[in-house]
Design a protein around this ligand. Structure first.
Ligand code: ATP
Length: 239
């Protein structure tokens, strides 16, 4: 489902650097409400940096970040989070020594009630309901990723930024996770997904961009021609 009214999240001419070394050289990317956009690319291409800029975690050295068409460049991460931008970093971001329930209840800082947070998490991810008393560290990788998503969704985000959701997971599990991501987008969330390996996310993505060496090399509908071209982009990169 794609809503009209322009992109919810837009990166326009974004440049970013670490200590004087530029790693994004003018990135243009837009995500509409209800859309899944996949940002693909090899190791070190700048994908995580792009998400950090979108979340306000890393300040861009050039270009603009727009939220709902408004300039949000330079707004701090906490304020962007309150405005509805949710980053789920690589490595899942759950607390392994806390139970599933405790991980969820920490999200009451958002102002939502415990009941509301638990009910919506277990409705969307029933397996979390059956494991609510289990320590998060003892869940499977896919379940931990579901818990990370449930924690993110408790903030009721307008923009969801996902970094390497598939990391370390079996293809079947990744496929299921991306079906869930597609459902989240159908609810009107703008989803930007970063992945090094593309197959699963391309099944649900409305749009894809390939980043190599901090520059978009290809951008468009993820049709079969992209699959063929991806390998050449990856093989052609020096990282
Ligand atoms: P990966 O999949 O390896 O995370 P990526 O496409 O997400 O790759 P980034 O993590 O954004 O790429 O990194 C882009 C470039 O910036 C790389 O060359 C990386 O070494 C460099 N870089 C990333 N983080 C830092 C940092 N905190 N300090 C210095 N350089 C960094």
């Amino acid at each position: 489902m794609t809503m009209t009214g322009g992109p919810l999240l837009e990166l326009s001419g974004i440049r970013a650097a670490y200590g004087g070394i530029t790693v994004l050289h003018g990135l243009d990317l837009a995500v509409e409400a209800g859309q899944v956009v996949a940002l693909l690319g090899p190791n070190g291409a700048g994908k995580t940096t792009a998400l950090k800029v979108a979340a306000g975690v890393h300040p861009p050295s050039g270009g603009r970040l727009l939220l709902g068409g408004r300039d949000a460049t330079g707004i701090r991460a906490g304020d962007l989070a309150r405005a509805g931008v949710c980053l789920i970093p690589e490595g899942r971001g759950v607390f392994p020594n806390l139970t599933v329930r405790e991980n969820l209840l920490m999200m009451t800082f958002t102002g939502r009630s415990r009941e509301e947070i638990e009910e919506s998490a277990y409705a969307r991810f029933p397996v979390l309901g059956s494991r609510r008393a289990q320590h998060a560290g003892t869940l499977s990788g896919g379940e931990q990723q579901m818990l990370a998503l449930a924690r993110g969704l408790a903030t009721d985000p307008a923009v969801l930024l996902l970094d390497e959701l598939s990391m370390g997971l079996a293809p079947l599990v990744v496929g299921r996770l991306y079906e869930l991501v597609a459902e989240i987008a159908e609810g009107g969330v703008a989803v930007l997904v970063v992945e090094q390996f593309a197959a699963a996310v391309l099944k649900i993505a409305d749009h894809a961009a390939v980043l190599v060496g901090g520059r978009i090399q290809w951008q468009g509908h993820p049709d079969s021609s992209l699959h063929a071209e991806l390998s050449s982009y990856y093989l052609g990169s020096s990282t």
